[in-house]
Design a protein around this ligand. Structure first.
Ligand code: M6R
Length: 614
């Protein structure tokens, strides 16, 4: 969590830093701050709340500095206050630092530093690290590489995760960055270089990005830079172009990024699908899996690891892959997988799914799987992300940057890729060419079907208005629509703060039915298969107890009048694409429900887009 950016160059740092913070705000928006190297002092501004508050404050006092660091915070240690806002300055005023991550042994380090007479102004672990660097610097008086060594030694004394940018008053032309566990990327421009949590922070200002690996240090000096390991060995810097993402992060005419990203789904899915089918039209061809055909053919288990919405996409994948490829699939909360002593099976494949590719729980699950010698694949949206770099192979979602904290288009493309994976694995096993062809056609038709559903957005707005006073809502579905029910409930609670739960429809009578009353609406997703009758019976059980019912059902499935108060219709579609279609009205429902409450859907309270702490 938290976003960091640093600027070193020939121009003025201020505009690039504030602009960079705005682009990083999806990583946290509790408070924001900036520090400029002004020759003989650091000039700092720190404000609680959004980056705009900081922008207003620095505008009054424009800095002429060409060296600075900035931070947007998602609070971990310490409340949302100005003293806890980054950058943090060392007790002697020599160092400023911004930090993304958690220093787990900060208590012991603080105790040590307090014993040396150092006093602290905040409750943060980050201020401790800043002071540890300053302390080591003071101890290395005559060393040649005093600054770099002070940073290295301090980092070696830390346990936990960090992405940092550091400035020292004695060095007016140097900025240092380092990472372990939290992402960090160096941006290379014509007149300036950058350090940031991700490349979107310097879009339009840097031409190339060099992604740091864990345990690496970036030393930016004037217009030069080099990468070393924490132990001091030179490391290879691989530069990737950054300009291709420049205009995609603009909001355009939309009210919010979430709304824009919902309506982008037809295009996003076309990009996910493009060029990924075999020439005979019966299977999927995923380039990132090439070289692993033999292992994929002989798999005896797939374990998905993911968090939040990405995990719901995997749960849909579980139903689809088991059905198409007849391979046993498990879906784990990434945070649980890491600490579970699950028995090792030689032919297991671990697939990690993460839009950002930086979710620490997911990355740690991958690292654990690799420790156990398992093959790991990644499904991620962010090119060059830690997940993309740390897995043995994988597939990019290609849906463009997802800025809204609520994940929407990423879910659809993750489910789509799970279906394609199921198809590819199925065709390596028992799935017939005819069945394969039917699925290829269904996937190719998907973007148009998505457009058709989204065109009914106004009907969903009216339904959201009708139910907008509800504080408790239930979402129900069966089989691959059960995870869609979970996802509908997650979306609603994260952006509207109403309480919502998702259940398999048949579970209702095992407990949740006690919640039913006229104030608790139930949203049922009806399958359009032989199971529909059973779901409709569950709807009637709710109606019999005066619970309002909204049904989301495919055209042609008859919903008796007495079973539902409202019905939203979906187009008839192949079972592999139904979960994606059924989720669209739920995304729109959550969006309108929250907007009708006057809430900021892109930045819901207490959340951040990318969760880079455990
Ligand atoms: O970047 P990731 O896909 O790994 O993120 C995982 C979750 O944090 C994320 O899906 C979260 O649940 C969303 N805010 C839900 O909309």
């Amino acid at each position: 969590m938290c976003g960091i950016i640093g600027y070193i160059g020939k121009g003025l740092a201020q505009e690039s830093l504030i602009d960079g913070l705005r682009r990083l705000e999806y990583r946290g928006y509790d408070s924001a701050g900036v520090a400029f190297h002004e020759g003989n002092e650091f000039c700092m501004s720190r404000e609680t709340g959004r980056v705009q508050n900081l922008a207003d404050s620095v505008q009054k006092n424009s800095s002429q500095s060409s060296l600075g660091i900035a931070h947007t915070r998602w609070a971990t240690h310490g409340a949302v206050t100005v003293p806890n806002t980054h950058p943090h300055v060392s007790h002697d005023g020599k160092f400023v630092m911004v930090h993304n991550g958690v220093i787990e042994n900060f208590g012991a380090l603080k105790h040590f530093l307090s014993g040396k007479g150092i006093e602290f102004n905040s409750e943060t672990d980050s201020e401790v690290l800043c002071n540890l660097i300053a302390y080591n610097y003071s101890e290395l008086l005559n060393e040649k590489d005093r600054l770099i060594d002070a940073v290295r030694i301090a980092l070696a004394q830390c346990r936990g995760a960090y992405g940092i940018a550091v400035l020292c008053l004695d060095y007016s032309e140097t900025m240092i960055g380092a990472r372990r566990g939290s992402p960090l990327v160096v941006g290379l421009g014509d007149d300036a270089n950058f350090i940031a949590s991700d490349a979107s922070a310097f879009v339009g200002r840097a031409k190339e990005a060099v992604f740091l690996n864990d345990g690496e240090l970036a030393i930016l000096k004037g217009t030069d830079f080099r990468i070393t390991t924490l132990e001091g060995q030179e490391a290879k810097a691989v530069a990737h172009p950054v300009d291709q993402i420049s205009e995609e992060v603009e909001i355009g005419d939309f009210d919010s990024f979430m709304e824009k990203e919902i309506y982008e789904q037809p295009t996003a899915l076309k990009n996910t699908l493009r060029g990924r089918f075999g020439d005979d039209g019966t299977t999927a061809k995923l380039g990132g899996l090439e070289g692993h055909e033999e292992e994929l053919r002989n798999l005896d288990r797939i374990i998905f690891v993911a968090c939040g919405t990405a995990r719901h996409a995997c749960m849909v994948g579980e139903y689809l892959i088991e059905r198409l490829a007849r391979v046993p699939v498990e879906v784990e909360h990434a945070s649980e997988f890491r600490y579970r002593n699950s028995p090792k099976a030689e032919k297991s494949l671990v697939i990690a799914v993460s839009q950002s590719g930086e979710t620490l729980d997911t990355l740690e699950a991958v690292r654990e799987a690799k420790t156990k010698g398992l093959l790991t694949l990644g499904i991620t949206n962010v090119v060059g992300s830690s997940l993309a770099r740390e897995t043995d192979g994988g597939v990019y979602q290609r849906v463009g940057p997802e800025i809204g904290v609520a994940s929407t288009k990423a879910f659809s493309s993750q489910v789509c890729l799970c279906a394609m994976l199921g198809l590819a694995l199925g065709r390596m096993r028992d799935l017939s060419p005819m069945d394969g062809q039917g699925i290829v056609e269904a996937l190719n038709d998907l973007p148009d079907l998505v457009s058709r559903v989204l065109q009914q957005g106004e009907q969903i707005r009216e339904l959201a208005l009708k139910y907008s006073k509800a504080e408790h809502l239930l979402f129900m579905g069966r089989q691959s629509l059960y995870p869609v029910a979970l996802e509908g409930a997650l979306k609603l609670k994260e952006i509207s703060y109403a309480h919502a739960e998702g259940y398999p429809a048949a579970e209702l009578k095992h407990g949740p039915i006690a919640l039913i009353n006229p104030e608790c609406p139930s949203i049922f997703i009806v399958e359009g298969s032989e199971l529909s009758a059973k779901t409709i019976a569950n709807m009637q059980e709710v109606k019999a107890r005066q619970g309002p019912v909204l049904a989301i059902a495919p055209e042609g499935v008859e919903i008796p009048k007495e079973a539902a108060d409202d019905v939203f219709r979906l187009p008839v579609a192949h079972e592999v694409v139904r979960p994606i279609l059924a989720n669209l009205p739920l995304q729109l429902f959550a969006y309108h429900f929250a907007r009708l409450r006057g809430l900021d859907v892109d930045k819901p309270r207490n959340l951040a887009k990318s969760v880079t702490v455990e």
